[in-house]
Design a protein around this ligand. Structure first.
Ligand code: DCP
Ligand code: MG
Length: 391
């Protein structure tokens, strides 16, 4: 992997996208303890409180010195955005080695069940709470509720040839279809296994080789946690475009669906959970085809390509050449980094930023960056290496 130049970024900066946040930070165990409090709030749907804890974790992740009880006051004074309530929790951790509330949360049946439900593809906090409030507390309870039996033929691969068509028809519907949860439950033993970096690359290389047979000259970047340097990923996210700045957009159009159908017919894509066009970034883009298409799939490498025959989650994001680098930036994460990129752009620069583009608000000028460095330049941000975006 490329070496990361020492960064001049300040941990005191207000936005996560201005700070250097390594995968493992100087106060890692403290950050993890506070993250339990965040998780509990998130699972309970307490968005504001969850965000406050998330910001605290983010600030700690960028703080480069070990915080000690003796100089807690001076350490915390240097970090912006840590409220009094959270300061008390940090103090508790530094003096006792734990946060009592976090221990209680981990011991509670409700938290355990909601966490476990939330690991299932398709089950978010809202659904998890609904299921728990119906009296379910284990995944076996969910199996019977969703009618999952061992070897349920409907959920086995290659038995539902219309799944792509039916997903396309469902384009306009909001919310997670029940079949997503059924597949998530049926495949949980595979999908809960983390993906090592080498297999991420194997999956990427396989997909791009197949894509080349459909359309010559596509370019791609593996994004998500892999790009941030995580040793193991929960899924594989790939942003794809075409090398031709002119005319490349036309070559990409519709290619997402073609590729997914091809991979489905051939075998490696076993389920298509979602297939969609993105809404354009800006009203000005109407007349322009929607600038991103994405497919959320379940994928299994053929035996010959690797030793693993485990089902993996594979997300494919297709961008026109002019939105490729904003898509790469927008899908590299972390979620907090992305959120603060949008906030920074909006409140500090008067720009709208998302995966589908950058617009200057006052005159609606659109920007087409030709590299990720240019994305940061346009937004007036110092470069942050992807491995330092683990906020
Ligand atoms: N992302 C986003 N908004 C979404 C989905 C994704 O901003 N609705 C961005 C932030 C994420 C990245 O895309 O960091 C990839 O999302 P993942 O859920 O795949 O998360 P990671 O790749 O960071 O971790 P992992 O896949 O290992 O869980
Ligand atoms: Mg990912």
């Amino acid at each position: 992997e490329a070496e990361v130049a020492p960064s001049s970024l300040s941990y005191k900066a207000r936005y996560a996208c201005q700070r250097a946040s390594p995968l493992v930070c100087a106060n890692q165990s403290l950050a993890e303890e506070i993250d339990i409090l965040r998780r509990a709030r998130e699972l309970e749907g307490e968005a504001m409180s969850a965000l406050a804890y998330e910001r605290t974790v983010a600030v700690i992740k960028a703080y480069p010195h070990v915080i000690s009880p003796s100089k807690l006051e001076s350490d915390l004074a240097k970090i912006s955005g840590v409220g009094k309530k959270v300061q008390v929790k940090i103090e508790e951790y530094l003096t006792t080695g734990q946060i009592l509330e976090a221990r209680e949360i981990l011991a509670s049946q409700r938290f355990r069940s909601l966490s476990e439900f939330n690991t299932i593809y398709g089950i978010g906090p809202v659904t998890a709470r609904q299921l728990y409030d119906k009296g379910m507390s284990t995944l076996e309870h969910l199996d019977s509720y969703y009618d999952i039996r061992a070897h349920n033929p409907v959920l086995e691969e290659q038995t539902n040839p219309n799944i792509i068509e039916s997903q396309v028809k469902r384009l306009s519907t909001k919310g997670i279809p029940e079949v997503t949860i059924q597949v998530g439950l049926a495949l949980r033993h595979d999908l809960s296994q983390k993906i090592p970096r080498e297999e991420v690359r194997d999956m990427h290389d396989f997909v791009m080789k197949e894509l080349e047979s459909l359309q010559h000259g596509c370019v791609s970047t593996i994004v998500g946690g892999y790009r941030r340097g995580k040793e193991e990923s929960n899924d594989v996210d790939i942003v794809i475009s075409h090398k031709d700045w002119r005319g490349g957009g036309e070559k990409i159009k519709g290619l997402c669906t073609r590729l997914v159908k091809h991979l489905y017919d051939k075998g490696p894509v076993t389920h298509v959970m979602h297939l969609s066009s993105f809404r354009p970034h800006n009203a000005l883009r109407t007349g322009h085809w929607d600038s991103l298409e994405k497919a959320l799939t379940i994928f299994r490498l053929p035996q010959a390509e690797g030793t693993s025959r485990i089902h993996r989650r594979l997300d494919l994001i297709f961008a026109s050449p002019e939105t490729y680098w904003t898509a790469v930036t927008g899908w590299t994460g972390s979620k907090m980094f992305e959120r603060d990129l949008r906030l920074w752009a909006k409140y500090e620069k008067g720009y709208k930023f998302d995966s589908t583009g950058i617009t200057r608000r006052h005159d609606s000028k659109l920007f087409y960056p030709k590299s990720e460095q240019e994305v940061f330049e346009i937004l007036g941000l110092e470069w942050v290496d992807p491995t330092l975006r683990n906020t």
